[in-house]
Design a binder for this molecule. Structure first.
Ligand code: SAM
Length: 183
């Protein structure tokens, strides 16, 4: 993949703040470069996510998009591929090799829905993909799909210029603090 972006549909301020924040943090932690937020423009949420990126490192971006269908069209026009995560799609573990191969030299947009997803999203997706055929959550679906996509490489991502860096340990908490990266 050249770039992995996530499009979160139909965000509602207040009601979805927590889950959309978790969509952003999950996308980042598992290797996405950017989340596009559509629905209600939530500048507070976006600046919270940017603060987390400042503290934990990396180049992850979050941006609002009013007309997400234009984003989808532009993505297709430059040859990018699109995965729409939905419980009705083909099972992720069955389609993942094809997604990886077809997206090897291309950008990949992963779409997660909100309360209701218009049929245009299903029609424009290269692949409609399910993570189990049971209803659950955009965060769970995204994490499992990105894990399959990355084939475990997300465990070794280096987030550059962090202020905080966790040192994995079986007991207690070890965190290195890099004062030189404070902005
Ligand atoms: N009926 C919806 C659907 O099509 O998956 C579930 C709505 S759920 C509240 C919101 C979002 O979570 C969905 O739009 C989808 O992106 C994601 N999601 C939930 N369950 C999923 C599953 N089993 N597989 C893939 N994505 C799922």
């Amino acid at each position: 993949m050249k770039r992995i972006h996530v499009l979160r549909l139909d965000h509602r301020i207040g009601r979805d703040t927590r889950i959309t924040t978790h969509v952003c943090l999950t996308a980042r932690a598992f290797g996405a470069d950017k989340v596009w937020l559509s629905g209600e423009e939530d500048t507070h949420l976006m600046s919270n996510v940017e603060d987390i990126v400042d503290r934990w490192g990396g180049d992850f971006k979050v941006e609002y998009v009013k007309n997400y269908l234009s984003l989808i069209k532009n993505w297709q026009n430059v040859g990018g591929r699109i995965v729409h995560l939905t419980m009705y799609g083909e099972q992720a573990h069955k389609i993942i090799d094809e997604v990886r191969e077809e997206s090897e030299d291309r950008d990949l947009l992963i779409i997660v829905g909100g309360s209701k997803v218009p049929s245009k999203v299903y029609k424009n997706a290269t692949w409609n993909v399910s993570v189990t055929t049971q209803p659950h959550s955009e965060v769970a679906a995204l994490a499992v799909f990105q894990h399959l996509l990355m084939d475990g490489k997300e465990f070794d991502i280096n987030f550059n210029h962090p202020v905080f860096e966790v040192i994995p340990t079986l007991h207690g908490k070890k965190v290195n603090i890099h004062d030189e990266n404070k902005s």
